[in-house]
Design a protein around this ligand. Structure first.
Ligand code: ADP
Length: 191
């Protein structure tokens, strides 16, 4: 199985590159952001609770997203591999993911990080906010909070996966095809 954690700050281009990776490697896409927005759209209790935190640019609780991923893994027992997009976002989530995959006799193959500087990220997110309809893309203060959450809670995952020799990164500034080609090159080293 090829199990990739696609990693990078908000606005790094994870969604765009996920689509291309899924098509190339027939992976199942698991995006916690998409799943949470689905819960909000469906008006579930979980969605209502998550919306407040997401609109403020804060992370939702670990237990919530770990539970969501666990049920998605159970629902997709025959997948050839997964691309985790926006998960894990904390060390606790990464530890839980390792346990869940071990129970299925598999593991994370690699973490692929998209490196983009903060100024470029803010610019991209404010631009996306004009069309995305996402409350968390519309306001510079909320965007700064998302980047702060990323730097405080998510960036430490680089060390987590480096310690397992699974961390690889590519420059996330360039054309979509250039970046994709660099990601493919990294995957070729483990496949
Ligand atoms: P982006 O990476 O563009 O910020 P996402 O769609 O991945 O957007 O996530 C949007 C929001 O959903 C986050 O700011 C956070 O509130 C919530 N969220 C998504 N995934 C997680 C996660 N793994 N842990 C905690 N909160 C999450």
């Amino acid at each position: 199985m090829l199990n990739i954690v696609l990693f990078g700050p908000p606005g790094a281009g994870k969604g765009t590159q996920s689509e291309k990776l899924i098509a190339e490697y027939q992976l199942m896409h698991l995006s916690t952001g998409d799943i949470l927005r689905g819960e909000i759209a469906a008006g579930t209790a979980l969605g209502l609770e998550a919306k407040k935190l997401m609109d403020a640019g804060s992370l939702v609780p670990d237990e919530v997203v770990i539970g969501m991923i666990s049920s998605k893994l159970d629902q997709n027992k025959n997948a050839d591999g997964f691309i985790f997009d926006g998960f894990p976002r904390t060390v606790k989530q990464a530890e839980a993911l390792d346990k869940l995959l071990a129970q299925k006799n598999t593991s994370i193959t690699m973490m692929l990080a998209l490196e983009v500087n903060d100024e470029e990220l803010t610019k991209r997110l404010l631009f996306r906010g004009k069309f995305s309809g996402r409350a968390d893309d519309q306001n510079e203060e909320i965007i700064r909070n998302r980047i702060k959450e990323y730097n405080n809670k998510t960036a430490p995952l680089k060390s987590y996966y480096s310690a397992q020799s699974k961390f690889q990164s590519v420059n996330g500034v360039g054309t979509v095809d250039e970046i994709f080609s660099n990601l493919r090159g990294k995957i070729a080293t483990v496949k």
